[in-house]
Design a protein around this ligand. Structure first.
Ligand code: CA
Length: 232
């Protein structure tokens, strides 16, 4: 498996390279935004890690150009700021996933594995396009992580980027207990400090969007004193 890492901060590039090589991936590094597109198209990669802030051309533009040229390789954007993450969700740049720095390598490895599994195992494809694969259904809701939207009864529900990320984390871990610490790590990213109260408030607002009776939740279940579980 070959991974192209487009990252201009030497420290991060080096730690990604070391970590991914340890995992058995072949890693190619590019530091300059202007070289990213030709390099990504020069040979087949299985996955691309793409920093947003790069010299000469930013990650959004690179991602957009690669998709425009028909490249289907999974792309994970690496962002330094939360407002960039919000931007990824707002713009349709064609990325498959994103992580906010500082991120945990453990979480990044899990995301990489998930994307590679999806890209290489057609048996897990529920439809002809990879888009069908990114739509998760529960009840009358559809969480569409390709278009970054939540639909209910076929209608788009207004959500914030954080709510979508949070819901995606729940759906990804259906039936599994998620502690607030784990949610914090998966959704906000490690190194970000928010109180339990903030997580709880987001859960409350999500319930209003997905539950028939938000005060008697069917999907987003509270596990007292510990966290939450998504039953869907
Ligand atoms: Ca950078």
């Amino acid at each position: 498996m070959k991974i192209l890492v487009i990252e201009d901060e030497p420290g991060i590039a080096f730690s990604l390279e070391t970590d991914l090589q340890t995992e058995g991936y072949e890693v190619t590094l590019v530091a300059d935004g202007a070289q990213a597109v030709p390099r990504a198209l020069a040979e087949p990669f299985d996955l691309i890690l793409l920093d947003v802030m790069l010299p000469n051309k930013d990650g959004f533009e690179i991602c957009r150009q690669l998709r425009h040229k028909g490249l289907k390789t999974p792309i994970i954007l690496l962002t330094a700021k939360t407002h960039e993450a919000e931007k990824i969700l707002g713009l349709d740049v064609g990325a498959d996933d994103y992580m906010t720095k500082p991120f945990s390598l453990h979480e990044l490895r899990a995301r990489i594995r998930a994307l590679l599994r999806r890209a290489t195992n057609p048996l897990t494809d529920r439809g002809a396009s990879s888009e069908a694969n990114d739509v998760q259904r529960f009840g009358t809701c559809e969480l569409d992580m390709t278009r970054f939207e939540l639909r209910r009864n076929g209608n788009c529900v207004e959500t914030t980027a954080l709510e979508l990320k949070l819901l995606a984390a729940f759906v990804r871990n259906r039936g599994r207990l998620l502690t607030r610490e784990r949610l914090l790590d998966e959704v906000w990213g490690s190194g970000i400090s928010v109180t339990d109260r903030v997580i709880d408030n987001h859960v409350v607002s999500l319930r209003k969007k997905i539950e028939d009776e938000p005060t008697v939740p069917r999907y987003l279940i509270s596990v007292r004193g510990v966290g939450y579980r998504f039953d869907g």
